[in-house]
Design a protein. Sequence first.
Length: 481
Amino acid sequence: MAPAGTASDTLDRPHFIGIGGAGMSGVAKVLAMRGARVSGSDTKDSPIVGALRELGATVHIGHSAENLAADATSVVVSSAIRDDNLELVTARERGIPVVHRSDALAALMDGSRPIAVAGTHGKTTTTSMLAVSLRTLGLDPSYVIGGDLDAPGSSALHGEGEIFVAEADESDRSFHKYAPEVAIILNVELDHHANYASMDEIYESYQTFVGRIRPGGALVISADHPGARELTARVGGRDGLRVLTYGEDAGADVRVLAIEPHGLTSEVTVRLAESPGSRLAESLDGAELTFTVSVPGRHYALNAVAALTAGAALDVPAAELAPALASYTGVKRRLQLKGVAAGVQVIDSYAHHPTEIAADLEAIRGGAGEGRVLVVFQPHLFSRTQELGTEMGQALALADASVVLDIYPAREDPVPGVTSALIIDAAARHGADVTAERDRNAVPELIAGMAKPGDLVLTMGAGDVTDLGPEILARLQSPEN
């Protein structure tokens, strides 16, 4: 990659297939801000597509061979793009280089001080916390996040500072392409069953990622999560690698002493261990810090501590970064308040793995008061449901009542015998009040009949269940309700 502010020859006139996606749009945005002539296509128009057009990108709706400009220097794809896509086929016929999104992102990070955020859960939130807090401190980082902070297109930015914060996706092993100065690993669990057959494969993949950390760089990793502890044991002792742990464990370099919930915020107190060789201990001498996290839930508080540790590993003073973390107020689809109608709060959650579902339900319980927590859950992927459907159902038992939709297939074809019934049956076995609803259009009416003033409604899942929030609010506001 050429120096910051320019684009390399291959990425000078890139064409993105699926440019409106969360990951693709961020890379496209940074390239456009660096002066590249960006084009792309997507299946539908969206606010994200509109934001890209405002930056000068040419975006076509629908996929067609004609969308690919004669002077395109590369075609950028993600793992979600099938080999028979017309634009991809055309690019190969014309000899245009095909670049994976991860390679394009790796090129963008070249010449910077990258922080790459990995883990089964919490990547988007932690990346966002770092991006927002570092901007608050005036460090002007570049960043690429897997979700919008507030406005459409806010998932990425080209900054003039030396730090580049990026979400590192393990799902297809694309995080092996990055060479971060600091890597964060929040947790390690079995997921993405189409690509990983066992925990050993997961560990091997993360070990490869850790092996990509630059000499003299740092690994920031949870001291509490069992999978993270196992990974730490597997990678320990590598020359030139500083391992900094965070969490509630007594031996953590950044130890969480307290997490005090206050409605939809938390107050977190941490202490920096005074251990020989700890760069953080040398700079802070065992100091205690108390700061506010402006989103609810223990898991989000721990994400903030991970961000604090990573920033300090890049010499950002923790005493300054800690209060700046309070400026992060959330990201779209991560317990995002969509609105209030008839005394009912409607909140959107991206949670789709059992651990995430349970964590978000526990977090939101504190903000429900005497009200009930009602969930509209849309399972994501047949492979994930096949492997984790029982655990999803068990997690949904934490809600007062749940409505479960059909599986959102995304990139997958149906698997015989794998349906939402796997989740519904498991939830019922764990005492849950659960209802199956195959007709998505019936959900607003169903929820309006269930919800009472003071209740919280969560639309939950990684698919298009997010679109139901406004429809539920509209139905709650209707005179007949």
